[in-house]
Design a protein around this ligand. Sequence first.
Ligand code: HSE
Length: 286
Amino acid sequence: MKVRVPASTSNLGPGFDCIGLALRLYLTVEVSTEGPPSPGCDLVVQGLREAFRRVGRRPPPVSVRREEAIPEARGLGSSAAARIAGLMAGNLLLGEPFGREELLNMAAELEGHPDNAAPALFGGLVVAVRTESGVVFSRLDPPSDLSLALAVPDLRSDTSAARRLLPEQVPFVDAVYNVGRASLLVAALMKGDLSLLREATKDRLHQPYRESSVPGFGKVCEAALEAGACGVVLSGAGPSMVALCFGGGREVAEAMVRAWARFGVRAEPMVLKPDLEGARYVRLQG
Ligand code: HSE
């Protein structure tokens, strides 16, 4: 079988660990129980094994062939996508005992947070929080004219290392700062009110602690805003940067890439629309 799962950009500034948006950039894998177990697709296999473990069955050896890939360790949700591809493949092999919400709970547990897994499974913009009884979430369609201008650098960032940069506690004023902006961000995206996004994408919970590990962070932000972006943030734990744009976005992405070049960082510009569908099975040809 073949499974296609979108990339995602999480946090979107103030929505640390709870807001994510699916992107039209995909991991597509073909999973088969014939052929040798494949190297290099460990997270897909991990997801598949988890589905089998939950029903107390031994997973079959599988071979995984990757057809389309999401750049890894760039803050684009590649690990969530791979785990979900494996969970979806496992679920199908088992006769679909699990619904999407159960798959989300499993993916969020494997990931440690739901903000990439939720949009990867459901598409669109998802606000998701973990509770003792599972993930509670709400999905909405982002404005149809929203585009994401990305600069994906030639740098890699491991999420667990990027999380170690964060403090255990933050000042109360910073928590208040983020509650306001995260709320404003969701309201702005629900109404398509771009005038709010500049303020609504500001963050004090994670970016200030992470930006020193991203050379040129401030200048890339400035370049995006000068080129017309409505707001610009680290994508997930970084190092990719994503700018929210209405209409085009190409000039913004290129301005970000040029700004990075001045710091000796090579980056690829991308302009992506949100994915609205989420993870799906793809019919095999022939
Ligand atoms: N919310 C997570 C973080 C996303 O910022 O660490 C990383 O996958």
